[in-house]
Structures are given as structure tokens and as C-alpha cells.
Design a protein around this ligand. Structure first.
Ligand SMILES: C[S@@+](CC[C@H](N)C(=O)[O-])C[C@H]1O[C@@H](n2cnc3c(N)ncnc32)[C@H](O)[C@@H]1O
Length: 323
């Protein structure tokens, strides 16, 4: 299918050399770690979508239910006719719930996963012919420019999925501050935030019975093989995820079942049995904790929506006026 006329697609995806450099650096340090942004090649994105449909994975369906129930209030908070920037848009499921209520002048989905973004942006543009869709494939943790066509519009952002929890608190604060700077003085941000809860519920969400999360985690090793020509046996590693109540975060690791050697670009990384790579943190918050984090990053909390069980929250924020 060709691109609809209202779709503008900019491909500024990070070069393959970034992944190579991150792998060499991340495997060379102790403890070994990699950013979760590297999960998302085409297969990783498809596996993440499969995770969102799992019975154990409460965040997606709970957040979507909040968007359905409170979409009109959220739209009042965001206002109409804005440029709506979606960070880490993934598949277009969540924004579709809000688009009719938000009525933005232009929509700018941003994602690092090229094929996934292309497919979802094309579908949104085809289904909303009057909406200008400016998709940008990039790493949103790096500075990026807005296209000239949208520069005059008031700005709002949607950052769902509690992806903010993937960052260390200080990094999360820096990223939120950068989002505030991008949005400007009248900026509004709607952000999904996963809440602290019974550790058993969290454990189940990241250790599903069908092993989809395990395949998602192990796909990082497959990606090293296919994109970097790495010598590695993904079958020699296993998925390990647990909730660290003190740190308030889920940790995901890839653990060597027995002694393993991974070779990238002639560099050899030896793993003893039980040694691993830390692949993701997912911080969980209390509502007040997140309000404090966003205040420290220069936002006022205007409204917070959460489900009856207190599983998930959506925060409506405004860029604070300088005092
Ligand atoms: C956890 S998924 C969430 C997807 C969707 N927003 C949702 O709520 O279901 C994270 C999404 O952000 C994208 N992503 C992760 N890190 C990114 C980065 N640094 N820059 C741009 N996109 C990123 C991934 O490709 C993926 O689509």
C-alpha cells in the first residue's frame, strides 16, 4: 500500500553502529547491561504487542480502559487543535481511543522501531484523511527537531505504557524536563504510569505462562546475531524477571544456563553459569511519588485518573509557569 497524502515520514533511526557500540560497551562493564530501547527491532515490537494481549499483562488493558472512560476529560485538559506528539507510539491502539476526542491539528508519532512505526502511522493517516500525520523514526532520548510545517502549533504530548519507568529516576527527570522544553509554556502532557502493587501480580505480568516475555527478552540475543553477526547461542540463556520491592522496580535479565561465550566484532565475552545481562528496569510508582518526580522536572499535575484496583494511572500534566 502506498503512503496516504497526509502522511509525512522522516527516517532518522539510529545507525546500526549505535547498537554495536552499546553492545560492546554494555557487555564490557560490570554488571553487564543494555538499554531496553534495543528490544525493539521488528520482531521485538511484534513480541511486545503479543505481551500486551496476555491475560497476566494488566497494564495495557487497564490503561486503555482509563482512556476510554475518561477520554473526554483528558481531551479538555489537552485542548483541541494542538500538535500531538506521541513518544514510543508502538502500535496505534491507544491513540486510536483518544484521537476523536482530542481532535489534534497534527499528530506526530515517534518511535525507534522503523517498520512498526511505518505500518501504524500509515494506518492512522489512511483512517483519518483530514489529519496531518508527521511520523518520526528516531531515538526520543536524543534531541530531535520538529518539522517546519508544525512549528506554529501549540504542543501536547502523549507518553503511554509507563515507558518512563524504564529510566533511572534521575534520567526520567531529565527526559521529562526535555519533554517540557519541547512542549513550551502552554504544553500539556498525558502520561501513563504503572503503580506499585502486590509483588505477585507484578511477578506474573513479567513471567507469563506462555513464555512470550521470555521470547521478547531473548530476542535481544537474536538481534545481536542477525544485525551484528554476533556468535551467541540464545538457547544457552534464560529469561529472569523479579520485583525488587526496595528499589520499587521490576528487573529483567538474561541469565546463562551454563558457561557461555558471546563474540561480537572479535571481542569475546565469557559468562559463567548464572551470570547475566541486565536488560530492563521497570520502575513502579505511587501517585504522589510520580507527582513529585514530574514536579521536579517542571510540571504541575492537573489531574490523575486511576482504575478502582489502583493498578495503573494516567497523569495529566502542564508545563509549570516560571515563578
Ligand atoms: C513498552 S513499548 C510501549 C508501546 C506503546 N506506547 C504502548 O503503550 O503499548 C515502548 C515503545 O517505545 C519505543 N521506544 C523504546 N525506546 C525508545 C526510544 N529511546 N526512542 C524512541 N522509541 C522508543 C519502542 O519501539 C516501543 O514501541
Amino acid at each position: 500500500m502506498s503512503a496516504p497524502p497526509n502522511l509525512h515520514f522522516q527516517d532518522l533511526r539510529p545507525p546500526a553502529a549505535d547498537f554495536r557500540a552499546a553492545v560492546l560497551e554494555g557487555l564490557g562493564r560490570r554488571p553487564r547491561s543494555l538499554s531496553p530501547k534495543f528490544f525493539y527491532d521488528a520482531r521485538g515490537s511484534a513480541l511486545f504487542d503479543a505481551i500486551t494481549r496476555l491475560p497476566e499483562y494488566y497494564p495495557t488493558r487497564t490503561e486503555i480502559a482509563l482512556l476510554r472512560r475518561h477520554g473526554a476529560e483528558m481531551a479538555r485538559l489537552i485542548g483541541h487543535d494542538a500538535l500531538l506528539i506521541e513518544l514510543g507510539s508502538g502500535s496505534d491502539v491507544k491513540i486510536r481511543v483518544l484521537l476523536d476526542a482530542l481532535r489534534p491539528r497534527a499528530y506526530m508519532p515517534l518511535d525507534i522501531s522503523h517498520e512498526h512505526l511505518w505500518r501504524s502511522a500509515r494506518a492512522i493517516a489512511a483512517d483519518h484523511p483530514a489529519l496531518a500525520v508527521h511520523a518520526l523514526c528516531t531515538d526520543y532520548t536524543r534531541p530531535f527537531a520538529l518539522p517546519a510545517a508544525v512549528l506554529g502549533l501549540r504542543r501536547a504530548a502523549f507518553y503511554p505504557g509507563s515507558s518512563i519507568g524504564n529510566f533511572e529516576p534521575a534520567q526520567a527527570q531529565r527526559l521529562l524536563r526535555a519533554i517540557g522544553a519541547l512542549l513550551g509554556p502552554d504544553g500539556r502532557l498525558l502520561i501513563g504510569v504503572d503503580l506499585k502493587k502486590d509483588p505477585a501480580r507484578l511477578h506474573a505480568a513479567y513471567n507469563d505462562r506462555d513464555g512470550v516475555t521470555a521470547r521478547f527478552n531473548l530476542n535481544l540475543l537474536e538481534r545481536m546475531r542477525s544485525e551484528l553477526g554476533a556468535e551467541v547461542d540464545p538457547g544457552g540463556f534464560r529469561h529472569h524477571a523479579f520485583y525488587d520491592a526496595e528499589a520499587g522496580r521490576i528487573e529483567m535479565h538474561l541469565i546463562a544456563n551454563c558457561a557461555q561465550t558471546l563474540v561480537v566484532d572479535g571481542c569475546r565475552f565469557d559468562f559463567a553459569a548464572g551470570e547475566g545481562i541486565h536488560t530492563e528496569n521497570s520502575y513502579k510508582f505511587d501517585v504522589a511519588e510520580f507527582a513529585a518526580l514530574s514536579a521536579a522536572a517542571g510540571f504541575d499535575t492537573l489531574q490523575v485518573w486511576q482504575d478502582e484496583e489502583g493498578l495503573f494511572s494516567v497523569h495529566g500534566l502542564a508545563v509549570a509557569r516560571p515563578s
